[in-house]
Design a protein around this ligand. Sequence first.
Ligand SMILES: [Zn+2]
Length: 281
Amino acid sequence: MKWKGRARSRNVEDRRGKGGAVVAGGGIGGILIVLLVAFLGGDPGAILDQMGGSAGTSSNQPYEATAEEEQLAEFVSVVLADTEQVWTEVFEEEGMEYVEPTLVLYSGSVESACGMAGASVGPFYCPGDYKLYIDLSFYDELQNQFQAPGDFAMAYVLAHEVGHHVQNLLGVMEEVQPLRSQLSEEEYNKVQVRLELQADYLSGVWAHHAQGMGYLEEGDLEEALTAASAVGDDTIQQRSRGYVVPESFTHGSSEQRKSWFYKGFEAGNLKEGDTFNATDL
Ligand SMILES: [Zn+2]
């Protein structure tokens, strides 16, 4: 992606090296919200374990990032600025006003309005404070563990989290959240898959406009599609457990994630993104 020397977002909060405080309050509801919007599903037990005890560490040492990580911090800040520009325009076309989210960079663990989260949660969005949370080491994870290298793979991830923010502004989150207590786990998982696939679609919408502005380089689209596929539930489950349980999917299969991202990329607007009424899901 062409990003060097371009404008950065002002909405970046750098909490790297600060650690998170030990969880106080938040409660189960908060923790569940973290689960709801975490980029990678994951085992609820593992998250709860992580939430218990003194997960957080505080340090007053200055955080020393490598030159590579600093580049990455600049990169995500440029991508965030791009999403601000695109979503402001798309919202205006729909007669709405876009409220910019804040991107929190953290290392290790972080406290959000949704509760305490560790790095293994992956990037997530907290609807309660309009913030996206990313530990930049996720970039290495994408490259090594998920085999999805490239800057545009990371851009896809960031744009997916921004997609959750867009859903929040559009009122989608508000409609979905009460269903957690009303539906069985299996039924709720299906709703969550639709929510996640819509965030992939919205990530694609952003990529459409980034391409229109001439920011994409050869291979970028493939990097995003590879990443979308790599974080599919079936691929993750196959790798981590050796088998796949479709009823437990919370984010959609590799094929679904790829295809909804691509749908958004082709459409470039909100119109084709109603995953909740899609009959093929
Ligand atoms: Zn998500």
